[in-house]
Design a protein around this ligand. Structure first.
Ligand code: FES
Length: 103
């Protein structure tokens, strides 16, 4: 699927927080960084943890299981034990609605 999909209301993604959404059976985590919405896969590449239950630290998401970290904008693993990047998705906000594209 490469179409834009409506996934949430922007107002439901808390400032400097996360919102888990299910996009066609795929777990995705939305982030609000300074009013801008970003999206990554919600499952850590190190284990079966939901990143949406982690903590945002300076544009990175800290996994709640072993405190590995990923850059929210790029999906790059930035702290051990994580080494494999997570998927990221393009997002856009129109009329208060968050749209996401699986590429
Ligand atoms: Fe995320 Fe281990 S499961 S750091």
């Amino acid at each position: 699927m490469s179409e834009w999909t409506e996934v949430a209301r922007a107002a439901d993604v808390p400032e400097e927080g996360t919102l888990p959404v299910n996009v066609g059976g795929e777990p995705v985590c939305l982030y609000n960084l300074g009013g801008e919405i970003f999206a990554t896969h919600d499952i850590c590449s190190h284990g079966n943890a939901n990143l949406s239950e982690g903590f945002i630290v300076e544009g990175q998401i800290e996994c709640p299981f072993h405190q590995g970290m990923f850059d929210i904008r790029t999906g790059e693993a930035t702290a051990a034990p994580c080494t494999v990047p997570i998927r990221t998705y393009p997002t856009k906000v129109e009329n208060g609605v968050v749209w996401l594209k699986k590429t």
